[in-house]
Write a protein that binds this ligand. Structure first.
Ligand code: AMP
Length: 400
């Protein structure tokens, strides 16, 4: 369905003008798996979609019209949002957090854009993100701002090591990060991250990583916008890439759930946010047995740690994001049973092998296999945590 000409759309010829006028068209900046899952979730609500991505083979293009262009090309983005035989989009959202803020702000002057571009701006810079947490009284890992090798050397002499050097911008899935094991390794670490402005993060000996997915609707008729939260998700990363998410977590007390919700509520309200937002935390166990949460980062979009909600919650994060940005009532966020989400990295296993496991749901993103690439996920849903433990064991045995 790829289109290089943003004035045309593959659905236009089969759509009558009458049908067109009543349907809401959502433009999504980014056409990867998140855009694909948004379009799949929105179809039953009668929503139409249009995706914009620089990659001609972006996998969202298999399920919705894809407009190919550069995110910095304001004319192309404007034609995508406002032109086309199907008429303009009713609103624009994003599934990719590195959409240039200038592009999002340009569109926001012309049609509704949710979440607000200011949220993108904050999330694109780790320092701005940390300063937002600090301003809101949300604890974070200790860190130092690094603008030069000299800064790094000074920080490494004063801070406990090892520590993690992370670029402020464009870091994801473990990219743009380097462990600084000792002061002698400063230069190598500085080179490894491309000498970019960075933070030196204190290494957190966390018990586990957790995230909370919040969704905030649009304010209506003078009423404050509604905010809902999913049960906290436990996440296991390897090589900086999410491998496994489980929810609800038996290791998360009501108090921890409440703390994550309080933090996420402060963030979405401070950003006047509309849509789904994820907040990632490190859970640190104190000597007295209590739990302390340190906020690491936010994602101003639907999030990998919320994929389990498709089959594991009353309303998926994708549907709730669309409900929020379209000004529709939000759906219930409670879990239906217990879920584990396993990311498929590199290649998708044989469908028959996965689907032969009772309670397994396959999501093949239709991407070319490539080492280290997220190409799909499988969600296992059961009635109890123990049942899901057994399913995970069988999944590992059968699928590897
Ligand atoms: P990030 O890009 O900040 O999400 O980091 C990717 C992964 O690196 C996290 O999910 C953690 O597993 C690990 N990580 C990041 N920051 C720290 C830290 N300060 N201490 C320990 N591990 C970290």
């Amino acid at each position: 369905m790829a289109r290089s000409d943003a004035m045309t759309s593959s659905t236009s010829s089969s759509t009558s003008p009458a049908a067109r006028s009543s349907a809401t068209t959502v433009g999504i900046l980014g056409g990867g798996q998140l855009g694909r899952m948004l379009a799949l979730a929105g179809a039953p609500l009668g929503l139409r979609f249009r995706l914009f991505d620089p990659a001609r083979d972006a996998c969202g293009g298999q399920v919705a019209p894809l407009f190919v262009g550069d995110f910095n090309d304001l004319e192309a983005v404007e034609r995508f949002a406002l032109g086309g035989e199907d008429g303009p989009c009713d609103l624009v959202t994003y599934e990719f957090e590195n959409v240039p803020v200038r592009t999002a702000a340009h569109l926001a002057g012309r049609l509704p854009v949710y979440p607000p571009p200011g949220a993108l701006e904050t999330a694109q810079d780790r320092l701005h993100e940390r300063r937002l947490f600090e301003r809101l009284g949300i604890p974070t890992p200790g860190y130092r701002v690094i603008d030069s090798l000299e800064d790094l050397r000074r920080a490494a002499a004063e801070e406990p090591l090892p520590a993690l050097l992370k670029t402020r911008r464009l870091g994801y899935d473990g990219k743009g990060q380097c462990l600084v094991p000792s002061a002698e390794k400063c230069e190598a670490a500085w080179e490894a991250i491309g000498r970019a402005p960075a933070l030196l993060d204190r290494f957190v000996a966390f018990e586990r990583e957790v995230s909370v997915i919040a969704v905030r609707g649009r304010p209506t008729g003078g009423e404050p916008a509604e905010v809902r939260f999913y049960p906290v998700t436990e996440n296991v990363h390897r090589g900086g890439i999410l491998r496994l998410s489980r929810a609800p977590s038996p290791h998360v007390s009501e108090d921890v759930q409440r703390q994550t919700e309080d933090a996420a509520r402060k963030v979405v309200e401070a950003l006047d946010y509309v849509g789904v937002l994820a907040v990632e935390f490190f859970l640190v166990r104190r000597a007295d047995g209590g739990a302390e949460l340190l906020a690491n980062e936010i994602a101003p979009r639907v999030h990998n740690s919320g994929h389990w909600t498709i089959e594991g919650a009353a309303t998926s994060q994708f549907e709730n994001h669309l409900r929020a940005v379209c000004g529709l009532p939000l759906g219930p966020t409670e879990a239906v049973g217990h879920a584990a989400m396993v990311n498929l990295i590199g290649e998708v296993p044989r469908a028959a092998g996965v689907l032969g496991l009772e309670g397994a749901h396959l999501h093949d993103y239709g991407k070319e296999p490539r080492a280290g690439r997220k190409v799909g996920h499988v969600t296992l849903v059961g009635r109890t945590r123990e049942e899901v433990d057994g399913m995970l064991e069988r999944f590992t045995r059968v699928v590897g």
